[in-house]
Design a protein around this ligand. Sequence first.
Ligand code: DAH
Length: 339
Amino acid sequence: MIMTINEIEHSVFAEIHNTHTAKELEEVRARYLGRKGTLTSVLRGLAELSLEDRREIGPRAQALRDRIEEACEDRLQDFEATSETFFDVSFPGKKITVGHHNPLSLLIQDTEDIFLSLGFSVVDGPEVETEFNNFDALNIPANHPAREMWDTFWLKRAHNTEPRKLLRTHTSPVQIRYMQTHEPPFRIIVPGTTYRYEATDARHEMQFSQIEGLAVGETVTLANFKSIITAFFSRLFAQKVEIRLRPSYFPFVEPGVEVDATCPRCHKRGCELCTFTGWLELGGAGMVHPHVFDAVGYNPNTIQGFAFGVGAERLAMIKYGIPDIRLFRSSDLRFIQQF
Ligand code: DAH
């Protein structure tokens, strides 16, 4: 029993000293002074000893118990004194939260990369436009029924003699700005925000984004457009995509076409996304109308080119399987954190 007391005395104080938290300290204390603690069993065993042994061992065991209690008290006070500055280097670090790209940004970045590699430049223009750039120069005169294709947010004027301004209803006015300041040949894309005065639903937003394309030179053809747009969609959707051009009408092109691509989800077999047709309608395009070249001072007899416009959210919805266009600008972190 003397042996046990010596052993306890030998180790307990170092153990108390080596603790770093109140919890650790309590564990050490329990090991010696708890219900099943080593010193506790020594104290319990005293009753079975001879009077002589009891006299010798009893006081030593009790004194040791008191000293252990005291050492525990002291250590606990150490923690309280240093609790604010104590730094546990072994504690796992806190993960720093980083932001996420909106899938729309990802889509526009991918688009820019692809077109840059095809020899295009990336250009932008203002969201507040003149009536001339957004409509007139694009062969959409005032009072022409074609204007009804674009429900417009008009801006207030200080005076009604001032030219009218609006939130651009498409990225096409940047065609005008670019051609007024550059000479062909060139190839550009214009990703940008656009606005329409429309009711919103899963496929329509008042604020959305388009990617405009324009290639102008002496020999640019619709066949060039078809091969460029085939390369673009194939790379964007990471698979071989077929393109189908259907006759359509846009005032700023002649001929005008609707651009369909084979459905990247079902590969033409038919699914919900393509409403079981195998094809998706992805944008408008055509050969730049001579009136547009006139408006920017190009000679329509020597210059020709193709133009196209696609909806950026629509492409992102297809690529990432996003069911509702309103999610992009919803500020919902649960949405954004998936990308
Ligand atoms: N600007 C058109 C729209 O918003 C899309 C478009 C169609 C753009 C044909 C073009 C084009 O450049 O050639 O509805």
